[in-house]
Design a protein around this ligand. Structure first.
Ligand code: ADP
Ligand code: ADP
Length: 224
């Protein structure tokens, strides 16, 4: 069992690393951003509520994302563990997550905080290409798909997210500084926080994360 949260600013590599570790440990990646983008694409009531905020680079209300995560944690595949990517983003969400886990007799094992300088974030976000179907991300220079413009796993044409345009990127980085960055102070006293240098190839970063989690690796049945 591995219950893990990825923290870090937009572009830090949370989605990329959550995807890699989900395969390595055979536990689900729960990305609130991916779930919200799917809702927007489907035009569901949730999507309609979230779209304008997301496009502007603002956070969606806590109650909305808390409900999404509570539902995701209730699914059978999350029973053996999960990798939360993009949640929590506020102290109110972190408190809600603690309650959801306590209700299920569970707790967080690790909070992995990816540390990346702001100029690298801006470069990654301005080049990010996203698969609208499975949420995987690429970058033409640092993380190219096997065939230009197409998702490696399902050949879906890749798109630029509306919130990866410069204006929304600035807003998202500000939202991170104002509301999310202080979550490291929330988790530090509990001894679960692991700060990882997020610059380097995706393989390098994954290696650093796995070393930092080593204590836990003997616990789960899906460990390689
Ligand atoms: P986040 O989920 O934190 O916003 P992503 O995982 O989507 O970040 O990564 C942001 C962009 O940077 C994507 O284009 C991705 O392909 C690229 N990327 C991810 N990890 C690295 C890395 N270690 N080095 C270079 N580029 C990366
Ligand atoms: P990134 O990977 O670049 O950090 P995400 O895909 O995680 O971005 O999130 C995209 C957008 O979805 C956010 O800017 C916000 O509008 C919304 N969102 C995702 N997760 C949350 C959350 N936990 N709380 C509030 N809004 C969220």
């Amino acid at each position: 069992m591995l219950n893990l949260v990825f923290l870090g600013p937009p572009g830090a590599g949370k989605g990329t690393q959550a995807h890699r570790l989900a395969q390595r440990f055979a536990i689900p990646q729960l990305s609130t951003g991916d779930i919200l983008r799917r809702a927007v694409a489907e035009g569901s009531p949730l999507g309609k509520q979230a779209k304008a905020l997301m496009d502007a680079g603002k956070l969606v209300p806590d109650e909305v994302v808390n409900a999404i995560v509570d539902e995701a944690l209730a699914r059978p595949e999350a029973r053996r563990g999960f990798l939360l990517d993009g949640y929590p983003r506020t102290v109110a969400q972190a408190t809600a997550l603690d309650e959801m886990l306590a209700r299920r007799g569970r707790k967080l094992d690790y909070v992995v905080s990816l540390d990346v300088p702001v100029e690298v974030l801006v470069d990654r976000l301005s080049g990010r290409l996203t698969c609208p179907k499975d949420g995987s991300t690429y970058h033409p220079r640092t993380n190219p798909p096997k065939r230009p413009g197409l998702c490696d796993s399902d050949s879906t044409p890749l798109v630029q997210r509306p919130d990866d345009r410069p204006e929304a990127v600035r807003r998202r980085l500000a939202e991170y500084q104002n509301k999310t960055a202080l979550l490291t102070d929330y988790y530090k006293p509990r001894g679960v926080l692991r700060t990882i240098e997020g610059v380097g190839t995706p393989e390098d970063v994954e290696g650093r994360i796995v070393s930092a989690l080593r204590d836990n690796l003997t616990a789960g049945p899906a460990n390689p």
